[in-house]
Design a protein around this ligand. Structure first.
Ligand code: IVH
Length: 701
């Protein structure tokens, strides 16, 4: 590619639409070269990159997913080769509408095109838009002779042998059916069958499917019909292709005839006589969506009279007589089956909605965040409610609210637990210094709480902390449950204990000699660690990476940090003021750190860790600079650098930057307009220099 593509999160809606169109065409062309001509012109990696970009854009703009999107043509990159089928009547797609206005415009267009008067009733059918893959079934002399996928609309794949294995598809039509007809409709998979299939795939170690549509497509496009037969595929008939003798003169009549012939037709199809009636149907179907047991992504409207359909004809690749009124791709309604309370590293209790699985924007969602206690109360969300779930981009799905009309009479407001579900300790909401109560309820169990301990261990080993490769969340949970790792220092004795143990790690399920060696090597590689990582890894509340870095710079060594934090609680106030004087450390953070060290168990963990790991000071080379180890305060207007730059430079050179002047301050860099800090410095006898002198000393421009 000559030009660098725009980052996905920088794309506007219209750029995204154009990009998806381009990608659809480009990927289709590569598919054709690969499958038809067997002469691919790009590498597999480049091809995967195109598909990945397509997926990313679709995840951000679910409303823009095209009917001919590569993500809907599942299996295109599989090696499957089916015979080709030319569709005698092309299989086209519907144009999409997203708003009530779009529906009004659709009916208005039909009225104008047919020159119908304002009071002439236009009958329109409304039915669910099934989210599966379309198929054309050819019946000759009432026998199923050919089944073909849509493909590019003009030419599809011959999947007759596979379609024959689907129970919903009759192999023979009754005598009342005509000699020749192509029945068209949707192959899909129910939620229940999808879940069971994925369970089976997992057990067999095979790949799982992201959603029922992919599962249906993957199951139909199997070279071995026996595999298709083992997959629970379903079918709805809703249209037709070649059909010289139709059993009716309206859409409704033909579909009802299909039903009488034993073809499955959707029971929710209705006839509407106005835009308002169409919109009522749309909302009714949207409400039923969660209980249908299969995925739908909108409502399809079709002009009922076939002679009018005939006159309306097509514009480019879509019929003028039809419209797909899509549901918002990011939202879906489902049932709240329960509320789980998760306990985080710092004891925060987080409510998580357990949902009846629902596909939102192409992904099956079964959990969503409920934020906190107040949010549940404010929205009055109750277990058993039908709730609206939203999933936008990559953020965690959230519950927006409940559907009032569907609330059960016997439902009761949700009572948030007052004790920790993991350890039974009292859970409380802290008073903030502002007088407000914290939104988060916290377990007070500290390290006696198993949930907090496990979360702390995960944090300890995580990427920005000790970064122990191979010691991921799952393994930590297992090792914790089996008593192998209870506290961070246990990680560093794992190997020596394993040598003496009767139940060796290498004998565990899923492990072996090599993987155990790899883990031990990864642990050994972290027996030396930088001080800021060490501090961050402790998992002290409010101490993120930036704060950890400030503390590491200020205290220089793990021992001094520990000693000073212990002193901050008990000494005359010096250590406490020094901590508070650090730029970037507020009272809340300082309090959290001191509290952490006040807890004997935490001190024991730090001491035990220090026996196993060598903690290295930050940027040891900076200790040679003339300001290394000095406490510096900047005040007044700086002219050659911003305050941020000044601070970063001083820290880089090994100095501590404080926000206020005390007798511990070594140097005050004062610009024009310096006020009270300058006076304080004079009072404490602190050296005062100007900006130019600062640069002379540190040797920069
Ligand atoms: S009618 C000329 N009815 O949606 C198109 N299509 O973009 C006639 N679909 O490819 C199609 N449910 O795969 C029709 N009730 C329904 C449908 C439906 C799902 C799919 C179908 C089609 C796409 C249209």
């Amino acid at each position: 590619m000559a030009r660098k593509p725009i980052a996905v999160d920088a794309l506007t809606q219209s750029e995204a639409a154009a990009e998806l169109a381009r990608l659809a065409a480009e990927i289709a062309e590569h598919d054709r070269r690969y499958h038809v001509e067997d002469t691919p012109i790009i590498t597999d990696a480049a091809y995967d990159e195109l598909r990945r970009r397509n997926d990313e854009i679709e995840a951000r703009f679910p409303d823009l997913v095209r009917d001919d999107s590569p993500s809907r043509r599942v299996g295109a990159s599989a090696v499957a080769k089916f015979g080709k089928v030319q569709h005698r009547v092309p299989m086209l797609s519907l144009s999409n509408g997203f708003s009530d206005e779009d529906v009004r415009d659709f009916v208005g267009r039909v009225r104008r095109f047919l020159s119908l008067g304002e009071d002439e009733v236009i009958g329109v059918t409304a039915e669910p838009k099934i989210d599966g893959l379309s198929i054309s079934l050819r019946y000759e002399d009432r026998r199923l002779t050919q089944a073909a996928t849509r493909g590019d609309g003009a030419e599809g794949e011959n999947v007759t042998a596979n379609a024959m294995t689907i129970g919903d598809i009759p192999r023979v039509l009754p005598p009342m059916a005509p000699d020749l007809i192509e029945v068209r409709g949707e192959i899909y998979m129910s939620h229940k069958d999808f879940a069971a299939l994925n369970r089976k795939q997992t057990e067999a170690g095979d790949r799982t499917f992201a959603n029922p549509r992919n599962a249906a497509a993957g199951s139909l496009r199997q070279l071995d019909p026996k595999i298709t037969a083992s997959r629970p595929l379903r079918f709805f008939a809703y249209a037709w292709g070649e059909a010289p003798a139709l059993p009716g003169t309206t859409q409704m009549e033909v579909i009802q005839a299909f039903g009488r012939w034993g073809l499955p037709v959707n029971p929710l199809m209705t006839l509407c006589n106005s835009v308002d009636e169409m919109l009522v149907q749309y909302r009714r179907i949207e409400e039923l969506r969660a209980d249908l047991g299969y995925d739908i992504d909108g409502v399809v409207y079709k002009v009922n009279r076939l002679d009018w359909q005939q006159r309306l004809g097509f514009v480019s690749r879509s019929p003028r007589w039809g419209l797909a009124h899509k549901f918002s791709a990011e939202k879906a309604t489902t049932i709240l089956e329960g509320i789980d309370i998760q306990v985080g590293r710092t004891g925060a209790l987080t409510p998580v909605a357990r949902l009846r699985p629902v596909t939102v924007g192409g992904v099956v969602v079964s959990n969503a965040t409920l934020h906190n206690e107040d949010e549940i109360a404010r929205k009055d969300i109750r277990i058993g409610d039908a709730v609206v779930v939203q999933r936008a981009g990559d953020v965690i799905p959230q519950v927006l609210g409940y559907v009032a009309e569907r609330r059960q009479a016997d439902s009761a407001p949700y009572v948030f637990p007052k004790v920790c579900p993991a350890c039974g300790s009292h859970a409380e909401r802290e008073e903030r210094t502002t007088g407000k109560t914290d939104a988060v309820r916290r377990c007070t169990g500290g390290l006696i709480c198993p949930a907090q301990r496990v979360e702390r261990l995960k944090h300890f080993a995580s990427r920005n902390a000790f970064d122990i490769e191979g010691l991921g969340d799952k393994i930590i949970e297992e090792f914790y449950a089996d008593g192998l790792i209870q506290s961070p220092d246990d990680i560093f004795t794992l190997e020596s204990r394993d040598k003496r143990s009767l139940k060796r790690l290498k004998d565990r399920e899923g492990w072996g000699e090599a993987s155990v060696r790899k883990l031990f090597d990864a642990i050994d590689a972290r027996r030396s660690v930088a001080l800021d990582r060490f501090i961050f890894a402790l998992g002290i509340r409010h101490v993120g990476e930036t704060t950890a870095r400030i503390l590491a710079r200020a205290y220089g060594s793990a021992e001094s940090f520990r000693d000073q934090m212990i002193a901050a609680r008990s000494d005359s106030g010096e250590a406490w003021s020094e901590l508070n004087a650090l730029d970037g450390i507020g009272a809340v953070v300082a309090e959290a750190i001191v509290q952490f060290f006040d807890e004997p168990h935490n001190r024991a963990v730090v001491d035990a860790l220090l026996k196993h790991v060598a903690v290295t000071a930050l940027e040891a080379q900076s200790m040679t600079s003339p300001v290394a180890g000095k406490t510096v305060v900047f005040t007044g207007a700086l002219e050659r650098m911003t305050r941020e730059e000044a601070k970063a430079m001083a820290e880089r050179l090994g100095a501590k930057v404080a926000g206020s002047v005390s007798k511990k301050t070594d140097l005050l860099v004062a610009g024009p307009g310096a006020g009270s800090k300058l006076k304080d410095a004079q009072k404490h006898g602190v050296e005062v220099i100007d900006e130019d002198e600062w640069f002379r000393r540190v040797g920069s421009p």
